[in-house]
Design a protein around this ligand. Structure first.
Ligand code: SF4
Ligand code: SF4
Length: 327
């Protein structure tokens, strides 16, 4: 096998070209959660922000459809998160309205709601990311939810790997691997306060997480994102998972030209909208008010690109001169 390219890379792009047509909207509906994980900052789960109003959400659906679908032929893919997004009191209405717009929809969930609930909303979902937090989750229930959904759509499971519970968590991840052969599983390294610094893992633990748990059966359906292809200055190319950028500290792209805002958007729990989770470029509006949806790429000014959703965006080492218009 040829040697992988040497960082810094000239280009980071989607390995699957279909993913570059997707505008992935990372949408935090509120900050209430059924869990209170020890590594999760309180503001992400304490319910201190009111759930977003259905009218404001649905108005923004119309703007997204006009800007990205009608004018640019992009596929809008909403990815609802929280807190725990399935706790939004009108979640079923929000999902029905998204289906009516022709949007694709994913949920990032801890999987804690009943099987009956998941049965009801499954027809409105295209994929699900379930995160297994073993401080609170029930392994049997989580397995049952995973099985119900994996028969109908693409399912990815993140298993959060606390260094002090590492071996027990790895055993549970392997138990999930056995009953969910078609589900992709990430052994997810945790960052302190969900910031830029990894928890204190041993080299062995880092190697285990980097190795991951191989899938044994083809996945149903599609995910909005997948592998990225990196290209070095000498033209050599290789595919990398988001996790690998983090574990190799290669997720630093200040000065790159980035498609944040063209392939991604972020809606915060308080309704403010930014191009991506990193918020480079600042707020572009707020639900219920005017929102200036981006017209072109942006130069990265962030020290680190921390979030998985942000890592999975196209970017290129910026040539000198102005940022080209899009498209
Ligand atoms: S499930 Fe997610 S949002 Fe809820 S407390 Fe745990 S990490 Fe935070
Ligand atoms: S931090 Fe933001 S602007 Fe910078 S590379 Fe990541 S997504 Fe793009």
């Amino acid at each position: 096998m040829a040697d992988p390219p040497t960082p810094p890379y000239d280009l980071i792009e989607h390995a699957n070209a279909d993913h570059s047509r997707v505008v992935l909207v990372d949408w935090t509906l509120g900050n209430a959660c059924s869990y209170a994980c020890s590594y999760c900052p309180k503001a992400l789960h304490d319910g201190s922000v009111a759930w977003q109003r259905v009218e404001d959400v649905v108005d923004f659906y119309d703007q997204l459809h006009q800007h990205y679908t009608d004018v640019r032929g992009k596929r809008v893919w909403l990815q609802f998160t929280g807190g725990e997004p399935t706790m939004h009191p009108q979640i079923i209405r929000l999902l029905e309205a998204a289906s009516a717009q022709g949007f694709s929809v994913s949920l990032i969930s801890n999987g804690s709601r009943t099987l009956r609930f998941w049965e009801k909303i499954a027809p409105h979902l295209d994929s699900v990311i379930l995160t297994y937090h073993n401080e609170f989750a029930d392994l049997d229930h989580f397995r049952a939810v995973g099985r119900l959904l994996a028969d109908r759509m693409a399912v990815h499971v993140n298993v959060t790997m606390r260094p002090d519970h590492f071996d027990r968590t790895l055993d549970e991840a392997q138990a999930l691997r056995e009953v969910l052969p078609a589900v992709s599983i990430t052994l997810k390294p945790l960052r302190v306060g969900f910031g830029n610094t990894l928890f204190d893992y041993t080299p062995d633990q880092l190697a285990v997480m980097q190795g991951g748990l191989a899938q044994t059966k083809a996945q149903q359906g599609i995910m909005p994102r997948g592998l990225m292809t990196v290209q070095g200055a000498d033209g050599r190319r290789a595919n990398l998972r988001a996790n690998e950028f983090v574990l190799q500290s290669q997720n630093r792209w200040r000065g790159y030209r980035c498609n944040a805002g063209l392939e991604s958007l972020r809606v915060r729990d308080n309704g403010t909208v930014t191009r991506a989770v990193c918020a480079v470029g600042g707020d572009i509006g707020r639900l219920g008010g005017p929102i200036a949806l981006p017209q072109g790429p942006i130069l990265c000014t962030a020290e680190v690109c921390s979030c998985t959703a942000d890592i999975l965006i196209t970017r290129a080492r910026a040539p000198t001169g102005p940022i080209p218009a899009w498209p």
